[in-house]
Each structure stands twice: as structure tokens, then as C-alpha cells.
Design a protein around this ligand. Structure first.
Ligand SMILES: [Zn+2]
Length: 436
């Protein structure tokens, strides 16, 4: 056995690659759909097994001797006693932006609220100004390097939203950057159109100009984005002071007519009926839900919508609000966890740290947190039929951690224990700590 890179890269399409000697293989195997309730408690951790990969797919999970007998002379990757998991799925990021906004963190620490920071030129509008002034090549370079950091923590699928352009040209510019990332990076990238992230400043002068911006989103942006295949999802920031439930419904209904799947930033800070709207529209996911109502939880439980929780934002903002993860899980709502990687409220690339917050702040078990960032993350992107499990027929998207038990992944918080990742069986990221 030699290095991760050499072995997997040199494997021909018809050769099997066997991932051997993991202390645990966390398979997350089961139904190819979002897991609910007690289903989330079982991450399918197995000992004494190895994983065979062929043509980019998981072929078998079985004892090593059995796989060697079945696949004959195959290449082996030595997992050196680590934990092999499905590659993590980060189903909510704003990964394309210009400059960082670390100055705002200090202002918040000094007691300034969101409105005061916005008055001083900060907040989302700062990123909009910046995005518009930054050329496409620079945005691509910045995003490529930042997304590589996400991958280094074990993430193999990343959803990336537009939403700092807020004009037809600038939203298309962002989506072109995301499309180039999708083609150029080894990581799976899922693009989302978020032209309704905010009302741009130049349209905030009256109710009429506000309506005019929404018309632009519906009549100009959505048809063009859909026609050019630049997004799989459309998303809206539905929140008191941003987009109302009615406006969100108008925009998402147009997106659905154009053939896009739906997501919604819902009930982040106030309970405004976002969860109810997401369920009514059969949105693929409703995200944030820090202030979701009891009624919202009940309708989500009866719907197909995944609740994507983003506890990193509350940590960054220093808020004590928590999404009611236990209440959601016990009500039968499938829960996903994601970073919300963005320059304002969650600049962390570290999805395992979000699992830590899932356990320590949202009172999830380690297995629930792992399911939330694999199978349920994939379900939040509509790809749970082929991503998120180590099971025959699924994409061989794998993350190897230098720990001995899946509970160690959220336990060593902030530390990067990810040794290597693979997408479709090919090396995506590998650190120089362990295997190479
Ligand atoms: Zn977001």
C-alpha cells in the first residue's frame, strides 16, 4: 500500500479500490431519502469491514478478506485505524464573496446592533457593494481557495448561493463563478439562485421600487437563470424586515414554474410563517428556523421539507437563540446541519465544528449530527438517491478522520481530524498528517 493520492489516482475505471483497516466505517446506510425521528439515531457504524469502490461508486461493504477474494488484485488504501464516513454535505453556504467582514465582529462585541452596523456601511449591503466592484476572475480565485478549506474539513458536497449581486448582471456574474467552481473543483457543487437575499439599497426608496425589484427577480432573473442552467435551486430570505411571506411565495412560485427546486431562509430571528410557507410549497429545505413556531414544526413534520439548522450563525452573532432541534426531531421533521459559510454571520469552513454545536448546543446525539450532515444534507439538496451513504450503488464520496469512533468527530471541537476526502472514489483533499 502506498499513498492515498497515488493509489486512487492510478486506479483504472474497472479496477476496484478497497478502503481497508478503518476502525469504524460509518455507513449511514438505509433508505435513500431524508431520515426522520428515531431513524436519525442510527448512523450505521460498523467494525471489521472494508469498503470496495468501483467506477466511482461504492460496490460493497464487507470484511476485508471477503472483498479481497471477490475483487482479486485490487488497489488498497490503508485507513490506518481511522473512521471512514460518507463525505460531509454542506447544504447551505454563501461561498462566493469578496472581502471578509471581521471588522463587524468587533463592532458587535462592542455592543452595536445589526441596524447600527448597517448604518455604518456594514451587513449584507457591504458584501453587495464589494461583490459588484470585484471582477469575476478574482471572485473565482477567492471562492476556489475558500471552498478548498471547506473540503479540507471533510466536506465533499457544497451548496453555493448567489445573493450578493442583487442586479441581473451581478447575480449572473456570481452564478457564472459558481458554475466555473462546479466544473473546476473536485468537490460536488450545487448552485442556488438567491436574487432575493435582500432588497438592494437602490430599490428601497418606496413600496413601488421595492415591488419593481421583485418584478425584476421574477420576470428577468429567474427565467434567464433557469434557461441557462445556472442554478438547481431558488432561495429567498423570508424574514421580518426583508422579504414577507407573500413576496417569498410570489418569487418561489415563479421559480418553480421555471423548473427550479425551492429553498427558503425561514424564521431565523422571528417567527414570520416561513416554515409554513416552505411546507406549503413542498420546498426541498427550510433553513435556519431559530424562531420556528409550534405550528411551523407541525406542518414541517407532515411535509417533505428538510429543516436545515445553522447553529454557527448564533455562535458568531453571540446570540443565545437555538433552533429547537430536539423538538423538530421528535416531531418527525428531518434535520440537516450546515455551516452557512458567509462573510457576515458564519465565516467558518469547519462543518465538523457545526456537528459539535449540534451536539453541545442543540442536544443532538453524535449519530444524529452525522446523519444531519450526510444523508439529510444530501436530501436538502435533492441528491439523497446517490449521495450521503457508504452503501452499494452510492457515489464513493468518502471522508477519512484520524479518530477511532464517530463520537470523536464532534468531540475534538475545532480540531481538523480529516485526513483525506474522496469524491466519486477520486482523491479530493488529503492532508499531510496521516496517509500520504
Ligand atoms: Zn444563508
Amino acid at each position: 500500500m502506498t499513498s492515498v493520492d497515488d493509489d486512487a489516482r492510478s486506479a483504472g475505471d474497472d479496477d476496484a479500490v478497497i478502503f481497508a483497516n478503518a476502525t469504524q466505517v460509518v455507513t449511514c446506510a438505509g433508505p435513500a431519502r431524508a431520515r426522520r425521528g428515531a431513524e436519525m439515531a442510527d448512523a450505521g457504524a460498523r467494525q471489521g469491514v472494508a469498503v470496495a469502490v468501483m467506477r466511482g461508486l461504492v460496490a460493497a461493504v464487507a470484511p476485508l478478506a471477503e472483498l479481497r477474494a471477490t475483487y482479486g488484485v485490487s488497489r488498497e488504501i490503508d485507513c490506518r485505524g481511522g473512521v471512514l464516513m460518507p463525505g460531509l454535505v454542506d447544504s447551505h453556504t454563501h461561498g462566493v464573496f469578496g472581502r471578509a467582514r471581521s471588522d463587524e465582529q468587533e463592532l458587535r462585541a462592542a455592543g452595536l446592533d445589526y441596524m447600527e452596523i448597517a448604518r455604518r456601511g456594514g451587513g449584507i449591503h457591504a458584501s453587495v457593494r464589494d461583490l459588484r466592484a470585484t471582477d469575476e476572475e478574482m471572485l473565482f480565485t477567492l471562492a476556489r481557495d475558500r471552498l478548498a478549506r471547506l473540503a479540507a474539513f471533510g466536506t465533499t458536497t457544497i451548496e453555493v448561493k448567489s445573493g450578493y449581486g442583487l442586479s441581473l448582471d451581478d447575480e449572473l456574474k456570481m452564478l457564472r463563478v459558481i458554475d466555473r467552481l462546479r466544473r473546476d473543483l473536485p468537490t460536488r457543487i450545487v448552485p442556488t439562485f438567491l436574487g432575493a437575499h435582500e432588497i438592494p439599497l437602490e430599490y428601497r426608496t418606496s413600496a413601488m421600487t421595492r415591488a419593481a425589484y421583485i418584478e425584476t427577480v421574477v420576470n428577468d432573473m429567474i427565467p434567464l437563470v433557469a434557461k441557462n442552467g445556472l442554478a438547481r435551486f431558488a432561495d429567498v430570505f423570508c424574514e421580518t424586515g426583508v422579504y414577507t411571506v407573500d413576496e417569498s411565495r410570489t418569487i418561489l412560485s415563479a421559480a418553480r414554474r421555471a423548473g427550479l427546486l425551492l429553498k427558503l431562509h425561514a424564521d431565523e430571528l422571528t417567527s414570520s410563517g416561513g416554515a409554513e410557507l416552505a411546507a406549503a410549497l413542498a420546498a426541498t429545505s427550510a433553513d435556519h428556523l431559530g424562531a420556528v413556531s409550534e405550528a411551523g414544526i407541525e406542518v414541517l413534520a407532515r411535509s417533505s421539507t428538510v429543516a436545515t439548522l445553522l447553529p454557527g450563525t448564533m455562535l458568531c452573532l453571540g446570540k443565545s437563540t437555538r433552533a429547537p432541534a430536539r423538538r423538530l426531531i421528535e416531531s418527525g421533521v428531518p434535520v440537516a446541519l450546515a455551516t452557512d459559510f458567509n462573510p457576515g454571520t458564519s465565516p467558518t469552513p469547519n462543518l465538523p465544528l457545526i456537528l459539535t454545536l449540534g451536539v453541545s448546543q442543540l442536544h443532538m446525539s453524535a449519530s444524529e449530527a452525522v446523519i444531519a450532515a450526510t444523508v439529510n444534507g444530501a436530501a436538502a439538496l435533492g441528491i439523497a438517491d446517490h449521495v450521503g451513504q457508504i452503501a452499494p450503488g452510492f457515489a464513493a464520496d468518502l471522508a477519512l478522520f484520524d479518530v477511532q469512533d464517530l463520537r470523536d468527530v464532534p468531540y475534538w471541537y475545532g480540531d481538523n481530524r480529516c485526513v483525506a476526502t474522496f469524491v466519486g472514489g477520486k482523491p479530493c483533499h488529503s492532508s499531510d498528517l496521516g496517509l500520504c
